[in-house]
Design a protein around this ligand. Structure first.
Ligand code: ADP
Ligand code: MG
Length: 616
């Protein structure tokens, strides 16, 4: 047979390689801004049009390139940053793989103007899909000016893969956020379609954080400072009382490079154990400085994963450093450093007066099937099971509603395995003999055994169906706030919130853009009856971000799901017996009581037989 193996042409190889480095417009922004930093720039301007689809422009005042280098820079594996493989172990620059420019040039139109400081003329290069169209001398400023146009023009599959403009813009903002936090000494601006998102001047870490996340964060920041022979740790952690429902103010940097590190994240969360409000995240901005020989950043082309040689030692140092900082600021009354990793932190100074003690008393005279009770507000959660009385099914309805019910939900792995559970509720021992267990479950006797209901999931289902009803019937009922509250988000969350504002309006939220990433809440959905709208909006954004449902097609539903999740009674909340029965009644008045809108199981029955077997 004839030989069939051929070397791929460079343009094809580059296009394939681009798939790894350049996934979306934000990847281009990251690579080019990192190049500017490596070029010693102290001022970087980023201009974006249409979330990077039409234009990404990066202007820096770094060292610039000679005309030969400017041409060479687009070759694969062309780099000025390392010469030998060993150099990787002493790397202090952001780049070193020499892939970015070759990849970008393979999938876009690139115009480069660059000039070294000691030259009179610079050089202009126009490249399209790896082909050099022109190169000529040009008058331009010192430094480098890249314009990337028509990204993915020759990779339709990639282009189709891109999300909506707000989503892509959010990725870009996130990249700039990371780079700007890692390099507070560099002035950096970001403009989108002509309007400024960031205009940050050279400063220190604290001021940079405050200028990006709003002045409220300033009072929350506790400084960290630990210098050991293994690692130097600096930066800030947030006070527990300022912890947010929204994830997104957690940053690790190593040698000025942003990194993701779930293991160190866990180390920090352990230090905050028991001193945080439920389901909230403390902010942190932690900067590690370490000998580059002791880390490996070359695990993935995007270099956000970093491997530490001395991971467990750094874990200990990090925890000691965080605990010391919390201790110094009197967040934790006493700390015992000898019990590293397992310090049992006494109850915090935080005011938990709004959380009532668990109680599982049963009111024997209570009949849940009496006339509808007025709605209640669950202290602490700001949400209530009902604001509008729901038709209360009697026990017989309850059963028939439930029997043979075909759950209708998407993306549930449990869906297939789960047969509809058949049971008969006993007339006399219905919801009133239900009890709460571990402030998380509700146990209800049924004919065939014991039904276990997940309280948070149940409430999610109830709220979701009510919200969907609001959407379907266009019966927006907004509860006006007596004192409208304003709140500020970071730029990326603000973009996200702006993109879902119309859906939130349809659900009854009256939120207006107040300029500069702040918003004002004038009203909240009647169905939620909430007293802490900002907390709910923060959790809602968090849930929405983590939502797997296809956002483009089912945006409204996703918002409703996220809102239901954000407002549902949390685990750990004690319920009174009438609240328990109301929850059960409302759950079984739902169309799909078995599963949450995201397809998680709400309830299960432990058969009587199992009890008997247990005690054999
Ligand atoms: P890497 O950053 O890994 O070296 P790139 O493909 O990103 O690879 O860049 C290739 C080379 O082009 C760099 O090593 C650098 O010499 C040069 N270069 C890229 N961007 C700039 C810039 N903004 N200013 C000066 N030189 C640059
Ligand atoms: Mg680079």
């Amino acid at each position: 047979m004839a030989d069939i193996i051929q070397l791929l042409p460079d343009s094809v190889a580059n296009q394939i390689a681009a798939g790894e480095v350049i996934q979306r417009p934000a990847s281009v922004v990251k690579e080019l801004v990192e190049n500017a930093i490596d070029a010693g720039a102290i001022q970087i301007k980023v201009n974006i049009k249409d979330a990077g689809r039409t234009l990404i422009q990066i202007i820096d005042n770094g060292c610039g390139m000679s005309d030969t280098d400017a041409r060479m820079a687009f070759e694969r594996h062309a780099t000025s940053k390392i010469r030998t493989a060993n150099d990787i172990f002493a790397i202090r620059t952001m780049g070193f793989r020499g892939e970015a420019l070759a990849s970008i040039a393979a999938i876009a139109e690139v115009e480069l103007r660059t000039k070294e400081h000691d030259q009179d003329l610079g050089t202009f290069i126009h490249i399209s899909g790896s082909n050099v169209i022109t190169q000529e001398p040009v008058r331009c400023d010192n430094g480098t000016n890249f314009q990337i146009k028509n990204l993915f023009f020759n990779v339709p599959a990639r282009r189709k893969f891109l999300k909506s403009n707000p989503a892509e813009l959010k990725h870009i903002i996130n990249e700039i956020q990371r780079i700007a936090l890692a390099n507070p000494d560099i002035s950096i601006s970001l403009h989108h379609n002509g309007s400024a998102i960031y205009e940050l001047s050279s400063t220190n870490k604290r001021v940079r954080i405050v200028s990006m996340f709003g002045k409220n964060i300033n009072q929350s920041l506790i400084p960290l400072d630990t210098d050991t022979s293994v690692v130097k740790i600096s930066g800030f952690i947030g006070q527990p009382k300022h912890a947010k429902k929204l994830f997104g103010e957690q940053f690790f940097f190593v040698n000025k490079r942003y990194m993701k590190h779930p293991f160190f994240h866990k180390a920090i969360m352990q230090c905050y154990e028991k001193i945080l409000p439920p389901a909230s995240f403390p902010s942190y901005f932690i900067y590690f400085e370490i000998n580059p020989a002791e880390i490996d950043v070359n695990i993935h082309p995007t270099k956000t994963e970093v491997k530490f040689e001395n991971e467990s030692a750094i874990w200990q140092i990090l925890q000691a450093s965080v605990r010391e900082a919390l201790g110094k600021f009197n967040i934790v009354p006493s700390i015992d450093f000898d019990q590293a990793g397992s310090v049992d932190i006494p109850m915090p100074l935080r005011d938990f007066s709004d959380v009532s003690m668990p109680e599982i008393k049963i009111n024997p005279s209570y009949n849940p099937f009496d006339a509808p009770t007025p709605s209640r507000n669950y202290s602490g959660t700001g949400s209530s099971f009902s604001s509008k009385p729901v038709e209360r099914p009697n026990a017989a309805n309850w059963q028939s509603l439930y029997k043979g019910l075909e759950p209708n939900f998407d993306s549930s792995p449990e869906k297939q395995e789960d047969e509809p559970i058949q049971f008969r509720i006993e007339e006399q021992q219905t919801t009133k003999s239900s009890v709460q267990f571990k402030n998380k479950y509700i146990l209800t006797p049924v004919k065939s055994g014991l039904m276990v209901i997940d309280q948070k999931r149940a409430h999610e289902r109830i709220l979701f169906e009510r919200l969907m009803q609001v959407l379907e019937n266009h019966e927006v009922a907004s509860q006006q706030q007596l004192f409208p509250e304003t709140f500020e988000l970071n730029a990326s969350d603000a973009t996200l919130l702006t993109s879902i504002l119309p859906d939130l309006h349809a659900l009854g939220f009256d939120i207006r853009d107040f300029g500069k990433n702040s918003f004002i809440v004038n009203g909240t959905p009647g169905v939620l009856n909430t007293s802490s709208p900002i907390e709910i909006i923060e959790s809602l954004l968090e849930e929405y971000k983590n939502s797997p449902v296809n956002l483009q097609e089912k945006a409204r539903e996703t918002v409703a799901i996220s809102l239901a999740q954000a407002s549902a009674i949390p685990y750990g909340q004690a319920l009174k017996s009438n609240e328990i029965s109301e929850l059960i009644d409302n759950l079984f008045a739902c169309q799909t009581p078995n599963f949450t809108p995201k397809g998680k199981k709400i309830l299960s029955i432990m058969p009587l037989d199992d009890f008997e077997k247990l005690l054999k």
